[in-house]
Design a binder for this molecule. Structure first.
Ligand code: MEV
Length: 312
């Protein structure tokens, strides 16, 4: 049984979404694949190129989210009759802020559920995959798992859930990984401290992030790229104020914007490392990628929309 789920970019509203804001996220063309098969080993095990192997029952600190997902699936649907081999193969750079752990959790929840002969109920899968995310990030809003599961481009809010944003045509962005792994849980805590320090201003930024995200949803569905880019750049200022940006991320943004072939750029995801996204003028996307990737190897074109969880 093989399942695959996409990574994500957050276009606007990261961090503020944890505190009730609307946010916009999109599934990307980098995916995590999880396969489940019977094995003649004496115990169930997980294998990936990054972490090598680990027994499903061991507490060695590896595959933390995946082990949580597996135990939730087994609690829901019963344990497999024979030991299983769970293989993880992900194209999403680890710690890049591009939703690697959510994609693995979603793909694993899907593959294990089907392997045990059950139909995939989206709400149940979301609940199971979110447990994996909670283990890794502490207090996630749920936007990463929701985007990976459903795919497409989503307007998301913790309370009201997600709504798909239709695009008139595909949109290309450039993602650049700083090479510095970020820790979402730590960043979310740091932002909560900032909120304590300046509760009133923080709260006004949560509102402003909601208005920005609603405008971003409109700009996306109208294909208004100049407006979309300027909203992205403006939201970078609020993210910098809450301490999510870094000197390195600012440098990446500056590099993306320097030849004026972009409408805007910002960090994406938790920040503190991780990645930025830049919105190029459509005819300049390849050129921009060529220019950026001379300096930063881990750069690629993100093409949205993309499919969510798939099987086979
Ligand atoms: C992480 O991809 C996005 C954050 O807003 C955390 C969350 O929403 O769970 C930083």
């Amino acid at each position: 049984m093989v399942a695959s789920a996409p990574g994500k970019i957050i276009i606007t509203g990261e961090h503020f979404v944890v505190h009730g804001s609307f946010a916009v996220a999109a599934a990307i063309n980098k995916r995590a694949r999880v396969s489940v098969s019977e094995t003649d080993q004496s115990r169930s095990l997980i294998y990936s190129k990054n972490f090598q192997k680990s027994f499903l029952s061991s507490n060695d600190g590896r595959f933390f989210a995946l082990k949580t997902v597996a135990s939730k699936v087994f609690a829901e649907f019963g344990k497999p009759r024979t030991p299983v081999l769970i293989k993880v193969d992900s194209e999403i750079p680890l710690g890049s802020g591009l939703g690697s752990s959510a994609a693995v959790s979603v793909a694993a929840a899907g593959a294990l559920t089907r392997f045990l002969g059950n139909e995939v109920d989206k709400d149940k899968l979301l609940e199971i995959a979110s447990e994996g995310e909670k283990k890794v990030h502490g207090n996630p809003s749920g936007i990463d798992t929701e985007t990976s599961l459903n795919g497409g481009v989503l307007l998301f809010n913790k309370k009201s859930g997600s709504k798909s944003i239709p695009l008139t045509s595909a949109i290309k962005m450039i993602a650049v990984f700083s090479g510095i792994k970020r820790d979402t849980g730590k960043l979310v805590k740091k932002v909560a401290l900032k909120r304590k320090e300046s509760p009133y201003f923080f709260s006004s930024l949560v509102d402003s992030s909601s208005f920005t995200s609603l405008e971003v949803a409109d700009a996306l569905s109208n294909g208004d790229l100049p407006y979309l880019g300027s909203l992205m750049s403006a939201s970078q200022c609020a993210l910098a104020w809450i301490g999510a940006s870094t000197v390195k991320l600012d440098e990446l943004i500056e590099t993306a914007l320097e030849n004026q072939d972009c409408f805007g750029a910002k960090l994406t995801g938790a920040g503190g490392g991780g990645s930025i996204i830049a919105l190029p003028k459509p005819e300049k996307a390849e050129l921009l990628l060529e220019r950026i990737s001379k300096k930063y190897r881990d750069s690629f074109i993100v093409s949205i929309p993309q499919e969510g969880l798939t099987f086979g």
